[in-house]
Ligand binder design. Structure first.
Ligand SMILES: Nc1ncnc2c1ncn2[C@@H]1O[C@H](COP(=O)(O)OP(=O)(O)O)[C@@H](O)[C@H]1O
Ligand SMILES: O=C(O)C1=C[C@@H](OP(=O)(O)O)[C@@H](O)[C@H](O)C1
Ligand SMILES: [Mg+2]
Length: 168
C-alpha cells in the first residue's frame, strides 16, 4: 500500500496517532499542517485570523494537492475535506482512514477551539461543524475507525486491523 491518509475532526488524534503508527510500521510521517506552516512561515491560527477562512482553505488545498510521496502516513488538517480537488488527490495516492469520535467526546477534547485555529464560520457552532463535516468525512473515507473509549495505542491497533497491517 502506498500511503495512509488520516482524516477527521480536529482533536481526534490524526497527528498523535499518525506519527506513532508511522514508527511502528516503518513508514514516513507527513503532517500537512506543518507543510502549510513551512510554506507560509506563520502559524495556522495566524493565517486564519489574518487572511480568513477562504484563503486558508485555498492554501490547504494547494499544499495537499501537491503531496507526492510513498510509504507515508499523512495526517491532514480537519478542514481539508472542504477542498474537493485535494481530497481526490489524496484518494489517488493513499487509503483514506476517517478517525471518528462522538460529538460529546470531541467537545471535551476541544476546550480551546479558537486557540487551535479551527475553520469555523461566523455563527457556526462546534455541533454545526461536526454535523456538516461528518458527511464529508464519510464520503471520502475508504475506512472508518471508531475510536470511542480507546486510548492512542488501542486506536493505532484498530487502524492496523482495518488496513490488514497486523501480523500477530
Ligand atoms: N485514542 C486516541 N487517539 C489519538 N489521540 C488521543 C486519543 N485519546 C486521547 N487523545 C489525545 O487527543 C489529542 C489529539 O490531538 P491531535 O493529535 O493534535 O489531533 P488532530 O491532529 O486530529 O487535531 C492529543 O492530546 C491526544 O493525546
Ligand atoms: O479542522 C480544522 O478546521 C483545522 C484543523 C487543524 O488541524 P488538526 O485537524 O490536525 O487539528 C488545522 O488544519 C487548522 O487549524 C484547521
Ligand atoms: Mg493534527
Amino acid at each position: 500500500m502506498s500511503n495512509i491518509v488520516l482524516i477527521g475532526m480536529p482533536g481526534v488524534g490524526k497527528s498523535t496517532a499518525g506519527v506513532v503508527l508511522a514508527k511502528l510500521i516503518g513508514y514516513n510521517f507527513i503532517d500537512t499542517d506543518l507543510l502549510i506552516q513551512e510554506r507560509e512561515h506563520r502559524l495556522l491560527s495566524e493565517i486564519i485570523a489574518n487572511d480568513g477562512i477562504d484563503a486558508f482553505l485555498r492554501i490547504e488545498g494547494e499544499v495537499n494537492s501537491a503531496i507526492e510521496t510513498d510509504n507515508s502516513i499523512i495526517s491532514t488538517g480537519g478542514s481539508v475535506v472542504y477542498v474537493e480537488k485535494a481530497m481526490e488527490h489524496l484518494r489517488k495516492i493513499g487509503k483514506i482512514v476517517y478517525l471518528k469520535l462522538s460529538y460529546e467526546t470531541l467537545e471535551s477534547r476541544l476546550s480551546n477551539i479558537e486557540g487551535r485555529g479551527v475553520v469555523l464560520r461566523k455563527g457556526q457552532t462546534l455541533r454545526d461543524l461536526y454535523e456538516e463535516r461528518t458527511k464529508l468525512y464519510e464520503k471520502y473515507a475508504h475506512y472508518i475507525v471508531d475510536e470511542e473509549g480507546l486510548d492512542v495505542e488501542e486506536t493505532i491497533k484498530k487502524i492496523e486491523e482495518v488496513l490488514g497491517l497486523n501480523n500477530t
